[in-house]
Ligand binder design. Structure first.
Ligand code: HEM
Length: 137
């Protein structure tokens, strides 16, 4: 992974004070740019917002524990196959995630931070997609 994990942690920490606004922004960005994924989600998103952010926090805390990280991502990927998440949706979610972090990280956002998140999201999505494929095939 060509990512500076300390930059991942510091930028993630920098957005935390913005609270629920962060996930609201994420879903607005995702659905505005990809209306086709809206029907996959429950109409009422409150709980879902918290779970996504909590999962992201758990992933960020385990970036160096490769085995734990991989098994978390495989479980998440298998469950996502059941939600109808397709491989083609992952780049869209990644773009909205990065746009959201960028929006709230302020001065903590730099090209190196963006590069690190892009690399980390690449690992997250490829592991989730591979696990999801193993369920559906
Ligand atoms: C960084 C990648 C992602 C993370 C960390 C993440 C996290 C989560 C979490 C924690 C849940 C709650 C249920 C559970 O734990 O199984 C969830 C549900 C869900 N996710 Fe994701 N997700 C990611 C990517 C995606 C992608 C690419 C899609 C595709 C559109 C997606 C669609 C959904 C849907 C449809 C649900 C169920 C929502 C509902 O019940 O209303 N997620 N996600």
């Amino acid at each position: 992974m060509t990512a500076d994990l300390s930059l991942i942690r510091s930028s993630f920490t920098a957005v935390q004070p913005h609270g629920t606004q962060v996930t609201e922004y994420f879903y607005e960005h995702l659905f505005a740019n990809n209306p086709q994924v809206r029907p996959l989600f429950a109409t009422h998103l409150d709980e879902q917002r918290d779970r996504l952010w909590a999962a992201l926090g758990a992933l960020v805390s385990n970036l160096e524990n490769t085995e734990t990280l991989t098994s978390m991502l495989q479980n998440l990927g298998r469950r996502h196959a059941g939600y109808g998440a397709l491989a083609e949706h992952y780049p869209a979610v990644g773009a909205s995630l990065i746009a959201t972090l960028q929006h709230y990280a302020g001065d903590a956002w730099t090209p190196a931070v963006e590069e690190s998140w892009t690399a980390v999201y690449g690992v997250i999505s490829s592991t989730m997609v591979a696990a999801g494929d193993s369920v559906s095939s």
